[in-house]
Design a protein around this ligand. Structure first.
Ligand SMILES: NC(=O)c1ccc[n+]([C@@H]2O[C@H](COP(=O)([O-])OP(=O)(O)OC[C@H]3O[C@@H](n4cnc5c(N)ncnc54)[C@H](O)[C@@H]3O)[C@@H](O)[C@H]2O)c1
Length: 340
């Protein structure tokens, strides 16, 4: 039985990873280490095989807790734990540096001490900054790191210390950089669930700037499958970009959601842009396609329908996560922009 240590496994992507691996890989036991911040939610793990899953409620910056939880010679560590929302990093960046940078360093130190066999750092295309609107430019693994938000800067810093641990201490590391994920259980502050939630309530849909910023979207399950396959087949010390060749302008994403929900475009409200808002992300996934043999399985049309269906069927989940602190954040970020 393989033993893997997953951090942030109660969040959006981490919980999908835990679900997928428990379902599809029968000889794996997962230690899921998560601080349950506002974005972590044990409901995300309902229905999983609890015989092969152990949940530990603790913080990755707590060295003692990580040391106690991490077994000797674990097969892999997958670091999903992070503060992950750009807008929150603009309002206040301290916790981003603490979790995303110091937390990653603590995990690397303990992984070295405990002789973890492979360390997989879940990173983001945002570390590479913004691309021009010209559709022939793409991010590759060789693109320079040019983060433009405090969130992206903290993830870029984490990548650098993962690289340093590989070069200095010979830790077997892999970095994966994915584009924008969507799917079930994503916290409603992010674009797609935010728009679905507001549309369901007939509230205005706040779209930043002119709405023409481009993101490269991937269904969360496809991302998780790519991470697992890269873990199995990837080379130590390498970076792998993950993308589904699916660029969309924000405004087109929002219109598609309204179309699928049968709601009018008049709900769209263009609001003051996010400072430093990256214009375009687009990933060239050739390396993961050719070296690893991974391909996404879910089309945009199918993935978006499945996502909307999940939110429609899980409105209780949505109401529970939109608690007092979420409402406070929403007011801070969108109150003045929407004039409410
Ligand atoms: N969402 C995306 O589109 C996307 C794209 C590319 C990469 N990523 C990366 O994937 C990872 C997961 O993203 P997500 O969207 O699922 O994030 P999320 O915000 O939904 O979940 C983050 C999880 O980490 C946990 N966590 C936060 N701080 C912690 C700490 N100090 N100690 C332990 N646990 C802590 C939270 O409780 C939560 O369960 C992140 O590293 C993110 O940078 C996300």
């Amino acid at each position: 039985m393989k033993v893997i240590f997953v951090t942030g496994g109660a969040g959006f992507i981490g919980s999908m990873f835990v679900r997928l691996i428990l379902e599809e890989v029968k000889d794996v036991k997962i230690i899921n280490f998560d601080a349950l911040t506002y974005a972590g939610n044990l409901e995300n793990l309902e229905g999983i095989d609890s015989n092969r899953h152990e949940f530990i409620h603790a913080d990755i910056t707590d060295r003692k807790a990580v040391l106690e939880a991490m077994p000797e010679n674990a097969d892999a560590l997958f670091n999903f734990a992070a503060e992950s929302h750009v807008d929150r990093s603009i309002l206040s960046a301290d916790v981003f540096l603490k979790t995303n940078v110091i937390g990653t360093q603590v995990l690397l130190d303990v992984a070295r001490h405990r002789r973890v066999k492979r360390f997989v750092q879940i990173s983001t295309d945002e570390v590479m900054g913004s691309l021009p609107e010209d559709e022939n430019s793409f991010f590759t693994e060789e693109s320079p790191l040019r983060p433009n938000s405090p969130y992206a800067a903290s993830k870029a810093a984490a990548e650098m210390i993962v690289r340093a641990a590989n070069k200095t201490f010979g830790i077997d590391t892999i970095i994966t950089r994915c584009g924008n994920n969507y799917g079930p259980r994503q916290f409603p502050e992010k674009l797609i669930p935010l728009m679905i939630t507001n549309a369901l309530n007939d509230d205005p849909l706040p779209v930043y700037g002119d709405g023409k910023n481009v993101r490269d979207w991937i269904y969360v399950e496809d991302h998780c499958r790519a991470i697992w396959e890269i873990y199995l087949k990837g080379k130590s010390g390498e970076v792998y970009n993950i993308g589904a060749r699916n660029e969309k302008r924000n405004i087109d994403v929002v219109r598609s959601i309204l179309d699928l929900l049968g709601k009018p475009y008049s709900l769209i409200k263009f609001v003051e842009d996010r400072p430093g808002h990256d214009r375009r992300y687009a990933i060239n996934p050739q390396k993961v396609e050719t070296e690893i043999g991974w391909r996404p399985r879910t089309s945009w049309e199918e993935g978006l329908k499945k996502t909307i269906k999940w939110y429609l069927e899980n409105q209780g989940w949505l109401e529970r996560v939109r608690d007092g602190s979420y409402k406070e954040y929403y007011r801070k970020n969108y109150g003045a922009r929407l004039g409410v």
